[in-house]
Design a protein around this ligand. Structure first.
Ligand code: VG1
Ligand code: CO
Length: 541
């Protein structure tokens, strides 16, 4: 029998980006099956449909892929396109869904969260446009998990996912494809590969840290094989089920090996890192760290130098906590600029409607309408192409950018694994006081406005409320506070700090120093350290 009885399991509510839990939770009886069946049910079934399937190679990914294939077959799917070895980076999955005109896809990843038997696993459903399911769909999936009584799963041996080619699972076709080639080909259509080959030929040095996660094979193929960068340019290039014990989050804290190499006087010209599923990027020059919000602004200001964007951008969008650096570029260039809640799913409608072609988040996510996910290697290639076209290094490009547009000093402070009740109480108290804050002075800073961000999608009119607290100070400084929707342990409080310096003076301060008054005002207002007993943030970006 293909039908198996089950009962609802609590807590299967997708967060900012899919459902993420500790791996043993996902491996528990019926856990994955319930969620996958609820997903299929919520999208009106998969009978006759074509799906894309793959993940970042983390522990339990290959087994989960087998379960999903058997369930897709028993639910009547016509075809599933799977990355070889069940591997697909998130942007490559998005590309395959679009290119092959699939009805949707499932991505097996907990992204930047560590992987392994006791770390994190995740499943995310993407729509026919290649983008993450919007909130209405994830809400329907969650609702379905609460009423599920059975799921369908074919009793069959595992499918061979190591060899490229087609096979059958019942009447369903399983098509195993090379995970890298279609994506690498797409990159060749967007960037000046000839100029990039020239750059490496002239001795430009680069370090790409794939952090033992999925971008390794993609980066080796593109940077070393196609662009002629020397072997060894890509490090930690072998995807491993536990990411070799690395925390595959490309930020200064977790990519510390790369950071120390790049901060040396004789370090490489250019450095980059990506996350577990390959949708994030960190950009570095020799002794230069580019904050993700600034990176987005630089890409917006220079996109016309890149073949894929030579006619200019349709518009730009950023998540609300991302700094307003890109807004200044948009204003100067006459581009529309949208502010969305955190999470890539909110950019999909804007891109589908042709309103924006470049989007970004402060969390090391940048991307364009070439796919419907953020795309780490794409951002790296954008930077390389801009460096080649301008004939300037990262430091010069940044200095020039700040001189032209001013500088939005920016930093994010994360407090991880806080007790949920404490975090809720802290933000609940802030919510209660919001209306009284405007006009008050804290630590010498006068509060101009304070609110809780609510977003109305300009394309479909859907409303997303309670998307983070914003406190604006006089002079364009601001602090934003919100709780993470991707963590699997306790609550993670994210504090986003920003201060604008118009220049020409004061453009090269240490961001933590430049932001010190706002950090002090935030502590006075919210009492994070006082209430949590923590000495400081766990992660500073
Ligand atoms: C975080 C980031 C958000 C990003 C999301 C998914 O969400 O803040 O900008 O879109 O991760 O990225 P949260 O809710 O934890 O703040 V990924 O690379 O983990 O798919
Ligand atoms: Co990711």
């Amino acid at each position: 029998m293909n039908t198996i009885a089950t009962t609802p399991i609590d807590g299967q509510k997708p967060g900012t980006s899919g459902l993420r839990k500790k791996t043993p939770v996902f491996m528990g009886p019926h856990y994955l099956e319930n969620f996958v069946q609820a997903t299929f049910d919520a999208i009106g079934g998969v009978a006759g449909k074509t799906l894309v399937l793959g993940g970042d190679g983390r522990y339990f990914g290959a087994e989960a892929a087998q379960v999903i294939l058997k369930m897709a077959a028993a639910n009547g799917a016509a075809r599933v396109i799977v990355g070889q070895g069940a591997w697909l980076s998130t942007p490559a999955a998005s590309n395959l869904i679009r290119q092959r005109e699939a009805d949707g896809g499932l991505i097996l990843s907990a992204s930047h969260n560590p992987g392994g038997p006791n770390e994190d696993f995740g499943v995310k459903y993407n729509m026919a446009n290649g983008g993450p399911a919007p909130e209405a769909v994830t809400a329907a999936i969650h609702a379905r998990t609460l009423e599920i009584t059975e799921y369908a799963k074919l009793q069959a041996p595992d499918v061979n996912l190591t060899a490229i080619g087609e096979s059958h699972l019942g009447p369903m076709v399983v098509e195993v494809v090379d995970p890298v080639m279609a994506y690498a080909d797409l990159m060749e259509t967007l960037f000046d590969f000839k100029a990039l080959r020239g750059l490496f030929h002239e001795g430009f040095t680069m370090r790409m840290d794939s952090m033992c996660a999925i971008t390794g094979p993609y980066a080796v193929e593109i940077l070393e094989n196609r662009l002629g960068a020397p072997e060894g340019t890509v490090t930690h290039e072998q995807p491993l089920p536990d990411f070799g014990g690395m925390h595959p989050d490309p930020n200064p804290t977790w990519a510390h090996e790369l950071m120390s190499e790049m901060m040396a006087e004789d370090g490489p010209d250019f450095g980059a890192a990506s996350d577990g599923d390959g949708d994030r990027n960190m950009i570095l020059g020799r002794q230069v760290y580019v904050s993700p919000s600034d990176s987005l602004a630089v890409l917006a200001a220079n996109a016309h130098l890149v073949p894929g964007y030579k006619d200019g951008l349709k518009g730009v969008a950023r998540s609300m906590p991302t700094s307003a650096a890109v807004d200044r570029v948009a204003a100067a260039m006459g581009l529309d600029c949208y502010e969305t809640p955190t999470g890539w799913k909110f950019f999909g409608n804007l891109m589908d409607a042709g309103r924006v072609s470049l989007c970004g988040e402060e969390s090391f996510g940048t991307g364009s309408d070439h796919v419907r996910e953020k795309d780490g290697l794409w951002a790296v290639l954008m930077w390389l192409n801009i460096i080649a076209a301008r004939g300037q290094g990262v430091a010069e490009i940044m200095a020039d950018h700040f001189a032209r547009f001013g500088r939005n000093y920016y930093s994010r402070h994360d407090y991880e694994a806080l007790p949920v009740a404490m975090a809720d109480a802290m933000l609940g108290d802030l919510r209660d006081r919001l209306a009284d804050l405007p006009g008050q002075a804290v630590e010498g800073l006068r509060i101009e406005t304070a609110d809780e961000f609510s977003y109305t999608d300009p394309v479909d009119g859907s409303v997303s409320a309670q998307q983070g607290f914003r406190i604006l100070f006089e002079g364009g400084s601001r602090v934003v506070l919100r709780l993470s929707g991707t963590g699997t342990e306790g609550a993670t409080l994210r504090v986003y700090l920003e201060r604008f310096a118009p220049g020409p003076d004061g453009l090269d301060l240490d961001p933590q120093q430049a932001l010190a008054p706002i950090i002090a005002a935030t502590e006075a207002l919210v009492g994070i350290r006082a209430r949590s007993g923590r000495k400081g943030p766990d992660v500073i970006t």
